[in-house]
Design a protein around this ligand. Structure first.
Ligand code: SAH
Length: 214
């Protein structure tokens, strides 16, 4: 399923009305068809609605306006090296690939990593590297990162991720208990330490330790 021109306008209008106003973010989101990432067919009539939807491994593809808000807060620049923790469907990483230079995305489910890799290849999104692993430890070999985006809720911003953030870099992370409403936090690394800003309430699946069995 893809959107016609009217549907596309409606999709962008909803994003704008919910606070996604950065033209670069809107243009990146216009280039990525959410329909490519919503698999299974069960919810295909909801593909372009502003709601999270189930994907394999009991996980979710995030709500488009939340993806937009997080991407906007991350302020990705064309030369940025970005780490995403929680590949899920790959939708968020595909959007980042249009904004940054190099995107690394990590998921603890092999199956999700494999499926996302396949979609990125089919769409020639050659600047994304998908890794299976526990993303709460980051990717020490590729660090430091200009930007880090965590798309699963942690109880606190993970220490290894803070350590892998470049000076002046930004990390966006939902923080809070997994079954409650969480706060989306923007962490900025400064010469004096870290600045924390609370952006809004969100609800994400939890960041879980270790690699999954599937
Ligand atoms: N960004 C995704 C949505 C993420 S859902 C999208 O655009 O569709 C959250 C994802 O985080 C799930 O796929 C889950 O498997 C993954 N996850 C949870 N804990 C993790 C961890 N410690 N390391 C890596 N991935 C993790």
């Amino acid at each position: 399923m893809t959107l016609d021109a009217t549907g596309q306008m409606q999709f962008l209008y909803t994003l704008r009305s919910r606070g996604v106003t950065d033209p670069r973010v809107l243009s990146a989101m216009e280039k990525v068809d959410r329909g490519d990432f919503v698999r299974g067919g069960l919810f295909s009539d909801r593909t372009y609605e502003d709601m999270p939807l189930p994907i394999s491994c009991g996980q979710t593809i995030s709500q488009p306006s939340v993806v937009g808000i997080m991407t906007q807060a991350l302020d990705v620049q064309p030369r940025d090296k970005v780490l995403e923790v929680g590949t899920g469907s790959g939708y968020q990483a595909a959007i980042l690939s249009h904004l940054g230079r190099r995107i690394y995305t990590v998921d603890r489910h092999r199956r999700l990593a494999r499926e996302a890799r396949r979609i990125f290849e089919a769409h020639d999104l050659g600047n994304i590297t998908v890794i299976t692993g526990d993303g709460s430890f980051g990717l020490p070999d590729q660090a430091p990162f200009d930007k880090i985006l965590v798309t699963a809720a942690a109880e606190d911003p993970p220490g290894p991720l803070l350590a892998q953030l470049r000076m002046g870099g930004i990390m966006i992370v939902p923080v809070g208990q997994s079954d409650a409403v969480q706060s989306l936090i923007k962490v900025t690394r400064t010469p004096d330490g870290f600045d924390y800003d609370e952006l809004r309430a969100v609800r994400f699946v939890p960041l879980i330790e270790g690699i999954a069995a599937d």
